[in-house]
Design a protein around this ligand. Structure first.
Ligand SMILES: [Zn+2]
Length: 139
């Protein structure tokens, strides 16, 4: 169990203890603070193709979640994209030790296209509903 929040090295304004407080105790109790401010996951980890332990994982609400990604999402309020670790501490899940990787032009272009097509899809769906109400068709 954590005594107090560690010093947030890479995001000094973030209240890490508030982030941790949102976690179920069974998750929180598997996170240990180090003297350099990292939060090391001591629970189970996923296994990569090479068979090595990779990132901390846990089952939450029937889903396997990646702990460092979960904490980043709680801290920022949005689901993170690709995360880059800043501290180098193996197993660290401190959201202040992870930053979002910069988005390249291809991803940005894809997102713009996605947003435009989604908006168009919404419009088409609404238009279809209207037409279905107005045209007598056997269904
Ligand atoms: Zn760290």
């Amino acid at each position: 169990m954590l005594a107090e929040a560690p010093v947030a090295a890479f995001a000094p304004d973030l209240d890490v203890s508030a982030v941790l407080a949102t976690l179920p105790a069974r998750i929180r109790d598997r996170i240990v603070a180090t003297d350099v401010g990292c939060l090391v996951w001591t629970g189970s980890k996923g296994v990569s193709n090479g068979g090595q332990d990779v990132y901390g994982r846990a089952m939450i609400a029937g889903k396997i979640v990646s702990i460092h990604r979960l904490l980043k999402e709680i801290a920022t309020g949005t689901r993170p994209r690709r995360l880059m670790q800043q501290c180098g501490t193996f197993g660290c899940v401190n959201p202040t030790c992870w930053s979002e990787a910069p988005i390249g032009p291809k991803i940005r272009q894809r997102e713009t296209e996605y947003e435009l097509l989604s908006a168009f899809e919404d419009y088409m769906q609404a238009r279809l509903r209207t037409l279905r109400r107005r045209i007598p068709v056997d269904r």
